[in-house]
Design a protein around this ligand. Structure first.
Ligand SMILES: [Zn+2]
Length: 278
């Protein structure tokens, strides 16, 4: 997630893989990789055999769509942090409530404008925390909003054809916003029940609600501690980390990440229950 025009509010989403209770311990800590082992219940679309797919679809015809990016998330987080968080949350939801998790989308919309030298600046490239504004290393996800709408439309059409009746999508802030804005119209057009981090629940939602700051860093420390390197951040509190929006990531903890993730899983449960899906 990232800080957009309203620094007081975060609009991203996120999520994660489960905690130590379900993961295999590698170097003393559970990792997303551990969640992928044969000991865990398979919920990822691309891993399912047809008979496994049929069983999961019949039990709970819900699909989860992680809205990711390949985007600068500070010097301390991996470029794929958005997909890892949203997919991580969705894997937990699928294991607890049923359903199937789609492969993440790594392309997404964002604000963009040409810099003085004619190069295009995107999203966090010209956030307040990026001084001077510049192309941040590794960001490689931007597509026009219309392209993203068509891409998600195509995925929804395929999910409908495959037999799903409901879809929950969330992730990268601008992708989340696009999803939520178009939710009623798509619901009518595709005949699917669609769920996202709408205005009604955004105040309570605690996943991907900043950009590479305390929230996203904590989620990543919970989900993929092997990919987080806080030593890459400036050691002095007087120096703000570049391209980071929100509370100080140097205050992040895996425990807080787990708390945020669990809180979001519970909100998804409430949404599904209210809709009669559980
Ligand atoms: Zn993010």
């Amino acid at each position: 997630m990232r800080k957009a025009e309203h620094p007081s509010r975060r609009d991203f989403l996120a999520a994660g893989l489960a905690g130590a209770s379900t993961g295999i311990l590698l170097s003393g800590q559970p990792t997303l990789a551990a969640e992928n082992t044969a000991t865990a219940v398979k919920v990822r679309y691309d891993e399912l055999l047809p008979h496994e797919f049929r069983k999961r679809l019949a039990a709970r015809p819900i699909a989860y769509l992680p809205l990711g990016t390949l985007e600068w998330h500070g010097e301390h987080l991996p470029l794929g942090s958005d997909a890892m968080q949203s997919e991580g949350l969705m894997v937990q939801c699928a294991r607890r409530f049923g359903g199937v998790v789609m492969p993440p989308i790594y392309l997404g919309p964002d604000r963009a404008k040409p810099a003085d030298d004619g190069r295009m600046l995107v999203g966090m490239d010209y956030a307040e925390s990026t001084t001077p504004p510049r192309q941040l290393d590794g960001s490689c996800y931007w597509v026009p909003a219309g392209f993203h709408l068509l891409l998600v439309d195509a995925i929804l059409a395929q999910l409908k054809r495959a037999g799903f009746r409901a879809v929950f999508a969330d992730g990268h802030g601008p992708s989340r916003s696009s999803w939520v804005e178009n939710l009623p119209e798509r619901q009518a057009r595709f005949g699917l029940k669609l769920f996202g981090v709408t205005r009604e629940i955004s105040r309570q939602w605690k996943s991907q609600v900043d950009h590479a700051a305390r929230n996203e860093t904590s989620l990543m420390m919970h989900l993929r501690p092997d990919l987080v390197d806080l030593s890459q951040l400036p050691p002095s509190r007087a120096t703000w980390p570049q391209g980071v929006g929100g509370a100080d990531p140097r205050d992040a903890t895996a425990a807080y990440g787990k708390e945020c993730l669990e809180s979001s899983v519970e909100l998804v449960r409430q949404m599904f229950t209210a809709a009669g899906l559980l």
